[in-house]
Write a protein that binds this ligand. Structure first.
Ligand code: NAP
Ligand code: GLV
Length: 317
């Protein structure tokens, strides 16, 4: 009997093709209903999940004894209860590395769009409200030559820094440990978070979501940023306190923000939706054709390795 692999959402063929020797069940294109997921997972040896599904003990129990691997098609795996999986000898894997450049592009796109008020301008133009070029119209802070503070200086944070160097930016960063090689390559300086927020013109957040990083950027931290500063978050929504950010933006204590992730996706804080000075993207950090193919392929490779009894390329437990 072939192993049963449950794929929670339709993924690029590069991934499904690698699993052709298994009995594959794909739940559908959209986010699966929880009840459908719990029913379909019964007897599965592998689950290929995405960030929209919570992989908790209920799912693991519903799968039963056969479950050997949960391969999350994402680098972040805060949707997976890794501790419970480990207790059950279930391997959890993710897809690091293949999405760094694409996600860094998204962060930089949001940084530029927020500073130069692209969303606001496009809304005005589409509403037929653009009457003429204006000397004071839609002006925002320059990006080139400014200071960029990167919170979380790992794969994606460093890829953002490389882009910033092309804009003549000065790089400072915060991470738990010092990154000497990257400091030398990017002429970057490590600062504590408060100093980074005080000194930076732009702040881009790239930590994983953990107990330590929940609301890492909250009301107090936002109060340290300057009135022409811009905050970008492409990490996970709960790393930034959305309510505090909405207040800071509304009161113009922070000039603008660019967000790709939200505290309760797909819900977006109602105050943010009303503000002109925030660019809102629907969690598209890694959404390039090439990268989504690579993520699907890597998630599938992790499954194949575990079910063959081999060490998978990207275990997280
Ligand atoms: P990574 O290489 O592991 O880098 C994470 C960085 O965060 C490391 O430098 C780490 O520092 C730092 N960090 C961890 N806890 C911290 C804390 N409490 N304070 C300050 N820094 C802390 O991860 P990555 O591959 O760059 O991915 C980062 C995150 O981006 C993912 O976990 C995911 O949630 C998110 N993401 C989102 C999208 C999207 O579509 N929007 C796409 C891809 C990734 P140390 O090295 O010192 O521990
Ligand atoms: C996407 O959000 C990821 O973590 O890969």
């Amino acid at each position: 009997m072939p192993h049963k692999a449950l794929i929670t959402r339709e993924i690029p063929e590069k991934g499904t093709n690698l699993l052709e020797n298994f009995e594959i069940k794909v739940l559908g294109e959209g986010v699966p209903e929880r009840a459908d997921l719990l029913e379909a997972v019964s007897g599965a040896s592998a689950i290929l999940s995405t960030v929209t599904e919570t992989m908790d003990t209920e799912v693991m129990d519903a799968a039963g004894e056969a479950l050997k691997v949960i391969a999350n098609m994402a680098v972040g795996y805060d949707n997976v209860d890794v501790e419970a999986a480990t207790e059950r000898n279930i391997v959890v894997t993710n897809t690091p590395g293949v999405l760094d450049e694409t996600t860094a592009d998204t962060a930089f796109m949001l940084l530029l769009a927020a500073a130069r008020r692209l969303g606001e301008g496009e809304r005005m133009l589409r509403a037929g409200e653009w009457d003429a070029w204006g000397p004071k119209q839609l002006v925002g802070p320059d990006v080139f030559g400014k200071k960029l503070g990167i919170v979380g200086f790992g794969r994606i944070g460093q890829a953002v820094a490389r882009r910033a160097k092309g804009f003549g930016m000065d790089i400072v960063y915060n991470a738990r440990s010092r990154k000497e090689e990257a400091e030398n390559e990017l002429d970057a300086r490590r600062l504590d978070l408060d100093d980074l927020l005080r000194e930076s013109d732009f702040v881009s957040v790239h930590t994983p979501l953990s107990e330590e990083t929940k609301h890492l950027v909250g009301e107090r931290e936002l109060s340290l940023m300057g009135e022409y500063s811009v905050l970008v978050n492409t990490s996970r929504g709960p790393v930034v306190d959305e309510n505090a950010l909405a207040d800071a933006l509304a009161e113009r204590r922070v000039f603008a923000a660019g967000l790709d992730v939200y505290e309760e996706e797909p819900k977006v804080h109602s105050k943010l939706l009303e503000l002109e000075n925030v660019v809102l993207a629907p969690h598209i950090g890694s959404a390039s054709i090439e990268t989504r193919g690579k993520m699907a392929e890597l998630a599938a490779k992790n499954i194949v390795a575990v079910l063959r009894g081999e060490e998978p390329p990207n275990p997280v437990n």
